[in-house]
Design a protein around this ligand. Structure first.
Ligand SMILES: C[S@@+](CC[C@H](N)C(=O)[O-])C[C@H]1O[C@@H](n2cnc3c(N)ncnc32)[C@H](O)[C@@H]1O
Length: 208
């Protein structure tokens, strides 16, 4: 099991939390949280029956059925609301927004989305959440952004909404290279927005 991303998500979970992990798949995160005594108890939900069967088998392998309860369900549907942290990782922003829409009632959400981080940050920011911490993890040749959103006021500017507040030099250099490549393939009269974002990346790099 690739561990760096799971470890990074777990590092943002408050001690003794009661966690709901949505889209748990193999239940790697819940198992890690309990084995490492980070969470007190974890609910693990998934919409796919195969995933839940795999999760149950893994939970039983570590004899953790007394500390992790599985739910075959869509998002948070029919799950008792006695958890205080939600984790969602490995899904796209649209799915995450659909699951959490009208369900933002907790103080803490820890999210790793596979795409559209601008829209993810904007969704939480517009709904009264601030970014407490953002970690970048490089695993399997992919950069993952893991964000801890907590209740609070914060006005994220356009650059922060697009590129976050990790100030991770390696990640920002990766974005810079990507944008420089894109610019080369876009006609001069159509590349204003890309140029503007590249300038934002360069400004963030100066702060690293
Ligand atoms: C790529 S896996 C990610 C697994 C794990 N969270 C991780 O980060 O490694 C995405 C999982 O989300 C589940 N999923 C997708 N939509 C869901 C929903 N609306 N409610 C619950 N689970 C969902 C899928 O069945 C799948 O098991």
């Amino acid at each position: 099991m690739a561990l760096k991303r799971i470890e990074a998500i777990a590092s943002l979970v408050p001690n003794d939390a009661f966690v709901l992990d949505i889209g748990t798949d193999h239940a790697y995160l819940p198992i890690y949280l309990i084995k490492n005594k980070i969470a007190k108890y974890v609910y693990a939900s998934d919409i796919a029956e195969g995933a839940i069967l795999q999760a149950i088998s893994n939970i039983n392998k570590y004899s953790l059925s007394g500390k992790i309860k599985t739910f075959l369900t869509d998002g948070i549907k029919d799950i008792p609301k006695d958890y205080n942290v939600i984790t969602i990782s490995g899904m796209g922003t649209e799915t995450i927004k659909k699951i959490l829409n009208k369900n933002l009632f907790l103080d803490t959400y820890i999210i790793q989305s596979n795409n559209d981080l601008y829209e993810l940050r904007k969704f939480f920011n517009d709904n009264g959440y601030k970014i407490e911490k953002e970690i970048i993890v490089y695993e399997g040749k992919i950069y993952y952004s893991i964000i801890k959103f907590v209740k609070g006021n914060q006005i994220l500017n356009d650059s922060e909404l697009h590129f976050g507040i990790s100030y991770d030099k390696s990640y920002l250099n990766h974005l810079k290279t990507k944008f420089e490549k894109i610019i080369k393939n876009v006609p001069e009269d159509k590349n204003n927005e890309i140029k503007r974002q590249l300038n934002q990346i360069n400004d963030l790099l100066k702060k690293c």
